[in-house]
Design a protein around this ligand. Structure first.
Ligand code: GLC
Ligand code: CA
Length: 580
């Protein structure tokens, strides 16, 4: 009996497009679907098999498309339904799959469902969102409980018309849907899911997919942040009691009609045992998950941590977080993803390596080596392949577009009465971890605005586009872009080890280098191992040899230096195929 073919979403390399900043085709300064279509040959040449397109649905763009006002249409700023159909077809013609973003925890407050729901307490959609009465204290109106929204402030918004508050875990313009109602779930399945699968989409990246089920008694959260009105309440809305029931229902009632649909779920704030309940193959809920421990290092998520409070992590914590993601598949039926960037994170060079111009390109290749050797579906974010970096330090709050960053800044401003030193700290935090860092437009060449648009870009293009851009890197055989191409090829060639192998770290406590192996005791690879050496340092580092690799035959598969020597030069990376 031959081994079953692995699902397409396991072996494929994925690329995330955040449309507003990807490629503008018509000069209005906003990226669009035709822009994306024009770059499909570029993605194909990079080695991409799966395109994940962030929300392009009709939306007032209060949270950049994650506030959807019509699931069944494309926002005019990105194009038309016909453009999207063309994208689906062209991806398929070129042998690539397309994932859309599935944002069904909430809608926009401009969605017709919400516009009706907010009118009064008796309309047909009155219970489609989460409405509660005010809490009256000393004759004054207060939100029903003290929950803090994920983007700061109260999680409840008052609607005069209806005389009640509604719940919004994100910005007020993103009311949470009431998943407890059968007809709400059916409407979501029909309009947000089947509609697109019928048009040929291959699956979804599922937004915040462990938040649908809340603690329906809506109790106050315990006070952990003294002196604050609103408290982190994750315990009452993350991984709630009915999550698994609903994800199973969705698979059985909807997805199963369409074959092997990929559901790549975001599971923030979830430990490994809990993740398995969603993603073990036999539970048939999610295909694979994004685990956030790596990108949350230093305290980015949870318990109300603010941007300026995120501290620099050490390398062992990084290895531990990578190890958690890698071990998810060890001896289980689950599947995972490998990624260091997306539209919600700072750029990986700044966050995990170095953006120092002296080492920037070398470090970009080092991180490519790490990702290229990790188990799980590999996700690359736009611009990562050329080593784009965080916003320059010289940019001020006026360049910031993300409501999450702006709220964080204003929160510090009000809390500390505009004290300049506090504002500086807030801004430093934003430069370090704000989502804006990933949202500056992609640099396609060294012409004005980095070739992103012929018009005025909606968001300022990074000052470094003349030094970091696709066109120049195409021409340079040792550029990060060309290194990525080679790395993806090697990953595919040795997929049994790189994509499917078991991961082991050999120098866990070393603060400057990362040595790991990948092995797979099947499919003819019993006597082979991938051995990866990475430097995370500006200084020369000694090699740390795993005992069983010492003295064995080693073939160098890839490196970011021409001739790897006895030691690791700063930010060096190399991968060997070891014959045991
Ligand atoms: C997810 C998205 C993020 C969005 C949020 C609310 O975390 O990735 O961009 O703001 O959900 O939809
Ligand atoms: Ca455009």
């Amino acid at each position: 009996m031959s081994a079953p073919t692995p699902n397409w979403w396991k072996t494929g390399t994925a690329y995330q497009v955040w449309p507003a900043s990807y490629k503008d085709s018509n000069g209005d300064g906003i990226g669009d679907i035709q822009g994306l279509i024009s770059t499909l040959p570029y993605l194909k040449k990079l080695g991409i098999d799966i395109v994940w397109l962030s929300p392009m649905y009709k939306s007032p763009q209060k949270d950049f498309g994650y506030d959807i006002s019509d699931y069944q249409d494309v926002d005019p700023q990105f194009g038309t339904l016909a453009d999207l159909d063309e994208l689906i077809k062209k991806c398929h013609d070129m042998g690539m799959k397309l994932l859309l973003d599935l944002v069904i925890n909430h809608t926009s407050d401009q969605h017709k469902w919400f516009l009706e729901s907010k009118k009064d307490k008796t309309n047909e959609k009155a219970d489609w969102y989460i409405w509660r009465d005010a809490k009256m204290v000393d004759g004054k109106r207060h939100p029903p409980n003290n929950w803090r929204s994920i983007f700061g402030g109260s999680a409840w918004e008052w609607v005069e018309e209806r005389g009640q508050y509604y719940l919004h875990l994100f910005v007020p313009e993103q009311p949470d849907l009431n998943w407890e109602l059968d007809e709400v779930r059916q409407a979501i399945y029909r309009e947000a899911i089947s509609f697109w699968l019928d048009r040929g989409v291959d699956g979804f990246r599922v937004d915040t997919c462990n938040l649908y089920s809340k603690n329906t008694s809506y109790p106050d959260a315990p006070i952990v942040l003294m002196g604050e009105e609103y408290q982190p309440a994750e315990a009452h809305f993350v991984n709630g009691p009915r999550m698994h029931e609903w994800l199973k229902e969705q698979r059985e009632q909807v997805l199963d009609k369409y074959g092997d649909v990929a559901m790549v779920g975001e599971l923030p704030g979830t430990d490994a045992a809990e993740v398995l309940k969603y993603v073990a193959a036999e539970v048939r809920e999610l295909s694979c998950v994004f685990d956030f421990d790596v990108v949350s290092l230093g305290g980015r998520h949870g318990a109300g941590v603010k941007k300026h409070q995120v501290h620099k992590h050490d390398l062992p914590s990084f290895k531990q977080a990578i190890g958690k993601q890698q071990d998810l598949t060890r001896g289980t039926t689950a599947w995972s993803t490998a990624f260091l960037e997306n539209h919600d994170q700072a750029r990986s060079l700044n966050r995990f390596a170095t953006a120092d111009p002296k080492y920037r390109e070398k470090a970009a290749k080092m991180l490519a080596t790490l990702l290229g050797c990790l188990t799980g579906t590999l996700f690359i974010y736009q611009g990562q392949e050329i080593g784009m970096v965080n916003m320059p330090d010289s940019w001020g709050i006026e360049e910031i577009k993300d409501p999450d960053s702006l709220n964080a800044y204003h929160d510090v401003m009000h809390r500390h009465d505009g004290e300049p030193l506090w504002l500086e700290k807030a801004m430093a935090g934003i430069r370090r971890v704000a989502r804006d860092n990933a949202r500056t437009p992609v640099h396609w060449d060294s012409s004005k605005h980095g070739g992103f648009t012929t018009g005025e870009p909606w968001m300022r293009v990074h000052d470094l586009y003349p030094e970091i851009n696709v066109a120049d890197q195409e021409k340079n055989p040792s550029s990060p872009l060309n290194y990525w191409r080679k790395m993806i090829e090697i990953r595919q060639k040795y997929a049994e080890l790189a994509v499917f192998g078991d991961f082991e770290t050999w120098d866990f406590l070393e603060p400057d280098s990362f040595t790991f192996t990948k092995e797979n005791k099947s499919n003819g690879y019993e006597k082979k191992k991938l051995l990866t050496f990475l430097s995370f340092s500006d200084e020369v580092q000694p090699l740390h040899f795993p005992p069983d690799c010492k003295g064995k035959e080693m073939e160098l598969l890839i490196s970011n230096v021409d001739e790897p020597g006895k030691h690791l030069t700063p930010w060096e990376a190399r991968v060997y195929l070891v014959s045991l």
